[in-house]
Design a binder for this molecule. Structure first.
Ligand SMILES: [Fe+2]
Length: 312
């Protein structure tokens, strides 16, 4: 695959300081003095992966995708040009704007990240005592949860077909599954999805998702975020069908959802994966509490639509 990872994203919000404080509490590492003037956050394995900048309404300003070499950049620049999309070029990157959402995509030559192998968590099961004589690690851990890497970003788009074409025919993302009539899961790595585009009445950033070690970390992370702020709860704990991952969604002070996830499907050999059209509840989840209506239609959508009309 030409593309190998989602390296970073830039999130635009009206309330940068408040939102930045939230992501620090979420477990991302704020940047040091070297990045003064910019609000950058790092993950344990992925380096600098989230930048927060001011914007009139919450949105995905840009996303960066890692490629191996200049040939990859040439190839993608050619694909974008054939779609009639203007391409900007730097020494080791190219960029183009997805016209519907206004999100700028950067493809940049970047090192592949080989994550350190984390030993499997011992879980006892029928006929299988993996943890003789001890309490579960999930209840003994006492440090704060710190995500390993950025997993994906989900975009609401008023023209999802056009946005999808930008990512697939333009950038070279691959389709992993579709949610029938609602959206498309796409990948630029071996993870089941790095971008999901959903049809929406206004273009906006639906959520970002951050990998943690296991389901206990999903639960511990959400529990810590909710302890003093129950209003942050959106949806969880559950398991998705598309991607199979455990999930718990929380809401940041700008209204974006942030997800802790673990155990996502990995597509290592494209030939061995058959994309499905997920219908009905499967498009949303396999199990968990019923999704709240605000997950599909966030409470501030109407206000964002008004804002979008006012701005245009
Ligand atoms: Fe997600």
């Amino acid at each position: 695959m030409t593309l190998h990872r989602l390296t970073s994203i830039t999130m635009g919000v009206p309330n940068v300081d408040e939102t930045a404080a939230y992501y620090a509490e979420f477990g991302l590492q704020p940047g040091d003095a070297a990045s003064a003037g910019e609000t950058w956050f790092s993950t344990r394995d992925g380096g600098r992966q989230l930048r927060i900048v001011p914007a009139p309404t919450r949105r995905l300003v840009d996303l960066h995708v890692g490629v191996d070499d200049a040939d990859d950049l040439d190839r993608v620049a050619g694909s974008l040009s054939r779609l009639g999309i203007e391409v900007e070029r730097g020494p080791d990157w190219i960029s183009a704007v997805e016209q519907v959402t206004g999100t700028r995509a950067y493809l940049e030559i970047a090192e592949r990240v080989a994550q350190d192998t984390v030993a499997p968590t011992p879980y006892n099961g029928p006929g299988r005592t993996e943890r003789p004589g001890t309490r579960a690690p999930g209840i003994l851990r006492d440090g704060p949860v710190a995500p390993r890497k950025l997993g994906h970003a989900v975009l609401g788009s008023t023209d999802p077909q056009a946005t999808e074409a930008f990512f697939t025919s333009g950038l070279g993302f691959k389709i992993s599954d579709r949610i029938k009539g609602a959206g498309t899961f796409m990948r630029c790595s071996t993870d089941h999805h790095n971008v999901l585009v959903l049809g929406a009445p206004v273009s906006f950033l639906h959520h970002t998702s951050w990998q943690v070690d296991d389901v206990d970390e999903v639960g511990r992370g959400a529990h810590a975020m909710l302890e003093d702020h129950p209003e942050r709860h959106v949806w969880g704990l559950g398991r998705h069908y598309g991607g199979s991952n455990f999930f718990w969604y929380l809401k940041d002070p700008a209204g974006n959802f942030s997800e802790y996830y673990s155990d996502m499907d990995c597509i290592v050999d494209d030939q061995l994966w058959t994309p499905e059209d997920l219908e009905g509840a499967r498009g949303l989840f396999s199990w968990g509490p019923p999704p709240p209506p605000s997950f599909i239609h966030p409470d501030d959508l109407a206000a964002m639509m008004t804002g979008a009309h006012a701005a245009s």
